[in-house]
Design a protein around this ligand. Structure first.
Ligand SMILES: C[S@@+](CC[C@H](N)C(=O)[O-])C[C@H]1O[C@@H](n2cnc3c(N)ncnc32)[C@H](O)[C@@H]1O
Length: 375
């Protein structure tokens, strides 16, 4: 049908098939007419992109005509999509439509908190080009590994043993290789990232590897995703260190289902306390350079981006206050036979054999008290 739109200005009107009407009815959209004006080819393309990025995930906010258009666009576009992806999109739309009728507008630039706006510029303009090659290398690998030393998941067991069939969100996905590793294992993954440039690389790599999953340009502190819609939230140096934990941890709790797990890797606390202020002063040493108490926002000299790191007690209190039980804190030791060292040279492997340069928190969203009593 799309091919019949020769000129960008050609308009398309379709008669809805029975299946399409049934799908619309399933998500609560009743039609007065079966004739739908879909608009021009460019409007369709734009509509479908938005549909992937926002609408399918937040279906209930749609007005009836808009919901109708989006679903029809979905239905038409399904012809170009693998069966799985189309089905997953519709299932998500149906699920969110039936669960609650809420409107999650996409976050606009003006509404971004100051640190998120700063990090957007920093990642778009400074860091994204530096992450294309490492992103491509990671996409090419099949094995799940963690952090700068590339420690295999098979050794760490940070993730649930079997992610097949799980709804997974990657918070601060960057080039989305981590999401790709999980999608290859059968998870239904959605990646969200604050940087359009990082997502451009992620989309290109999706095409190269013929592996599609939705990528949302947004803020992990305020995702706009429906409540209780994921089984697993992961972040490897994404929201984990670039978003404010007092905002993104409660948001992760909101979008996880009870029993869902949150697994995130960031810099080790000792490293944060001992690394010199600027890159050219070299890696972390054995001297404490800043206070432990009050750790939160880090505006490093010579870096326009903003990072966030907490002390252990603050992490535990925040996770618990947000409804998580803490399952583990994996403190990563650099392997003796180091085969990989990613990053910016600010970790000395000898140092990282004595102190944890990286740490992974594992937490599980608790079931509500009422549900626990019934169980
Ligand atoms: C180091 S990358 C993480 C991706 C990948 N695991 C990696 O290590 O390359 C950090 C990512 O976090 C993203 N980010 C920063 N703040 C964010 C926020 N508030 N919400 C979502 N993503 C954010 C950045 O845009 C960047 O792509």
């Amino acid at each position: 049908m799309l091919r019949s739109l020769r000129e960008p200005g050609d308009r398309l009107t379709v008669q809805l098939a029975d299946t399409c009407c049934r799908r619309l009815a399933e998500v609560g959209v009743e039609l007065d007419t079966r004739t739908v004006e879909l608009g021009t080819r460019s409007a369709l393309a734009d509509g479908f992109t938005r549909c992937l990025d926002h609408c399918c995930l937040t279906g209930p906010h749609l007005t009836r005509p808009a919901a109708c258009r989006v679903l029809v666009i979905c239905t038409i576009t399904m012809k170009w999509l693998s069966e799985n992806r189309a089905t997953a999109l519709l299932r998500r739309l149906a699920r969110s439509a039936s669960s609650r009728r809420r409107y999650y507008p996409p976050v606009t630039e003006a509404e971004l908190p100051e640190h998120v706006a700063r990090n957007r510029v920093y990642w778009d303009e400074v860091n994204a080009p530096l992450y294309t090659a490492p992103g491509a290398r990671a996409w090419a690998r099949q094995e799940i590994t963690w952090g700068i030393f590339g420690i295999p998941e098979d050794e760490l067991h940070a993730l649930p043993a079997d992610v097949a069939g799980m709804d997974v969100v990657e918070l601060g996905c960057g080039t989305a290789y981590f999401g790709a590793w999980l999608a290859r294992r059968g998870a239904r993954v959605i990646g969200i990232d604050n940087s359009a440039e990082q997502l451009k690389t992620a989309r290109r790599l999706q095409d190269e590897h013929d592996l599609d999953f939705p990528l949302i340009h947004g803020n992990a502190e305020d995702t706009g995703l429906p409540d209780a819609s994921f089984d697993l939230a992961v972040s490897e140096y994404g929201a984990a260190i670039w978003a404010d934990p007092y905002r993104w941890i409660p948001e992760a709790a909101r979008i996880l289902r009870p029993g869902g797990e949150l697994v995130f890797l960031g810099n080790g606390t000792f490293w944060v306390l001992t690394v010199p202020e600027t890159d050219d002063e070299g890696p972390a040493t054995d001297r404490l350079l800043r206070p432990y108490f009050g750790m939160h926002r880090f505006d490093w000299a010579g870096q326009s981006g903003v990072e966030f790191h907490l002390g252990y007690g603050d992490w535990i209190r925040l996770l618990r206050a947000s409804g998580f039980e803490v399952l583990d804190l994996l403190e990563i030791r650099a392997p003796d036979d180091l085969s990989e060292l990613r990053g910016d040279g600010l970790v000395d492997p000898d140092w990282a054999r004595k102190w944890p340069a990286e740490q992974i928190w594992r937490a599980r969203k608790m079931k509500s008290k009422r549900k626990r009593r019934r169980a």
